[in-house]
Design a protein around this ligand. Structure first.
Ligand SMILES: Nc1ncnc2c1ncn2[C@@H]1O[C@H](COP(=O)(O)OP(=O)(O)OP(=O)(O)O)[C@@H](O)[C@H]1O
Length: 231
């Protein structure tokens, strides 16, 4: 198993944001995390990353690395695309890519090839020496997306991957996500774009008020969606 999540609970100021969350991910699978606004999707992603501290439970990567006691190794095995871009005002677009390449110890030639390919695919060729503030919102999102896709990690966490992207960029990202999964990366993503998710994901987890309300193979998702809509 690439990821094992066991009975994870998250509390802030005595409010339970996540309750007894358990699931597993095999290598090369795509898991969609769905649910209404405020259901706990981003909270779960942040607790997987260790940005939010859990009050109980275990998070283990590659059967060996527990978030609680191998945090640095754990971090190297995870890449994250946040809901809102977190770019640094002091760095150009290219410097962001180099920073990510270095942090994840990507060989120089691999990094260069990947940057060239993704930059072309997301149509950012003429923005490499720009700073984030001179980019449009969608362009900033593209830069952040490339940063998250550059490393070869066991696990890729993506919060709202398609937010702010135009239709071409969405299609291109969908292709890259599928490609990454085929190469063995496990991908956990949240999205409200249910039609697109059905195309990408193998499994789904539906969160409601911080609990897993249902889960299963993605082909079962439609039935559940219909049933919930009828309630
Ligand atoms: N730092 C925080 N302090 C207190 N409450 C928080 C904090 N972060 C999130 N919450 C609460 O946790 C709940 C889940 O929020 P979360 O952002 O995980 O939802 P979500 O499923 O990602 O929603 P959306 O679809 O709107 O992005 C919400 O009720 C939110 O108000």
């Amino acid at each position: 198993m690439v990821l094992e999540v066991k009975d994870v609970n998250v509390e802030i100021n005595q409010t339970k944001l996540l309750e007894d969350i358990s699931f597993e991910m095999e290598s090369g699978t795509v898991l969609a995390l769905v649910g209404h606004n405020g259901a706990g999707k981003s909270t779960l992603i942040k607790s997987l990353l260790g940005i939010l501290e859990k009050s109980a439970g275990q998070i283990i990567i590659n059967e060996e690395y527990n978030q609680d006691n191998s945090f640095l190794t754990f971090k190297q095995m995870v890449s994250y695309l946040p809901e809102e871009p977190l770019l640094l005002t002091e760095l150009t677009v290219m410097q962001h890519f180099q920073l990510y390449g270095m942090s994840y110890e990507l060989p120089e030639n691999v990094l260069k090839k990947r940057i060239d390919r993704y930059v072309k695919g997301f149509e950012l060729e003429d923005k490499l020496n720009e700073y984030p503030e001179s980019l449009s919102k969608g362009m900033r999102q593209k830069v952040q997306t490339i940063c998250a896709l550059l490393p070869d990690t066991s696990l890729l966490l993506i919060d709202e991957p398609f937010m702010g992207l135009d239709i071409y960029a969405m299609d291109y990202l969908e292709k890259l996500i599928k490609e990454k999964a085929e190469k063995g990366t496990s991908i956990l993503l949240t999205s409200h774009q249910l039609e697109r998710i059905k195309d990408i994901a193998d499994h789904f987890i539906m969160l409601q008020h911080g609990k897993i309300q249902s889960h299963g193979p993605i082909d079962e998702f439609e039935t559940i969606q219909r049933r919930t809509a009828d309630d």
